[in-house]
Design a binder for this molecule. Sequence first.
Ligand code: ADP
Ligand code: MG
Length: 306
Amino acid sequence: MDTIKDLGEFGFIEKIKTIFEQPDNVIGIGDDCAVIPMLDTNLLVTVDTLIENVHFFNNHSMDKLAIKALNVNISDIIACGGIPKWAFLSISLNPMMQISKLDIFLNQLHKQCERHNIYLIGGNTTKDDKLSINITLIGEAQKPILRSGAKAGQDVFVTGKIGCSACGFWALKNKTKAHSKCLERFLAPQARTDLIAQIKPYATCMIDISDGLLQDANHVCRASKVGMEIFLEQVKFCECDNLNMIDKITFGEDYELLFCAERRHREHILAIGDVSLIGYTNDSQKITIYHNGNIVKPDKYGFTHF
Ligand code: ADP
Ligand code: MG
């Protein structure tokens, strides 16, 4: 094993975990946020970087980029059942970037912070040929919801539609057509802050879908030591036809929420709206995917950086 590509993103994270001992009282590496207990609450901390040609193209509007940069982090905080509070912006800028473009970015970031009651209280600025944006977001949760909370015999739900961002990304990359909602989902995704208050009382575990439905379901299974049966005909997919179902469940960047709940809450949860029951947990420790009664074996699980 010679390169990081062989090790893979998650192999690399595992390596870090073996070197850096995690403190007993903190939920460290492995969830959507680190959870640090305080006297009467828990601090949640998450950090995400947006890189040109991976998360955005160089003609991405700065307005939409600001929405994306903050919302991908808000999504991690709410996936842990928390409320976002304080942000740090680290940004690498090309010296020839127009100030007017940067102003558009900052004004929209400010608008987003105001909308979500977040204060930007620090950061770091560096020079680079390519733009990269890194936001650290700190939030708070009385009762954090973790990836590790699922038990066998629970329902698995997902919010919204899956695959929109994938269709938007590939349409932009290949200069083909996609539904405008899908383009918007890739360019300026919104974290599901609209649903979180209704979901929170029922969720035994939760994750936001950033690496793909399948990969993120797998993260829950590994953290909770459960298996899952997922029924693809119950997943709501975006209507675009430029990608197949497997591409839509393995691309990621949907920023929808996947969560588990006890079966007795099923009717209440479905009544929230824009939430689909897509499967069940079991004690098999593996994910089995069905489509109309047939087992599907995808050749990939989801997005990794390497
Ligand atoms: P998410 O998709 O929810 O943002 P990631 O897949 O990026 O989560 O990360 C999974 C876990 O690994 C998180 O707990 C994150 O803090 C941790 N992690 C990722 N990269 C690193 C790193 N370079 N050093 C330490 N921890 C990391
Ligand atoms: Mg996440």
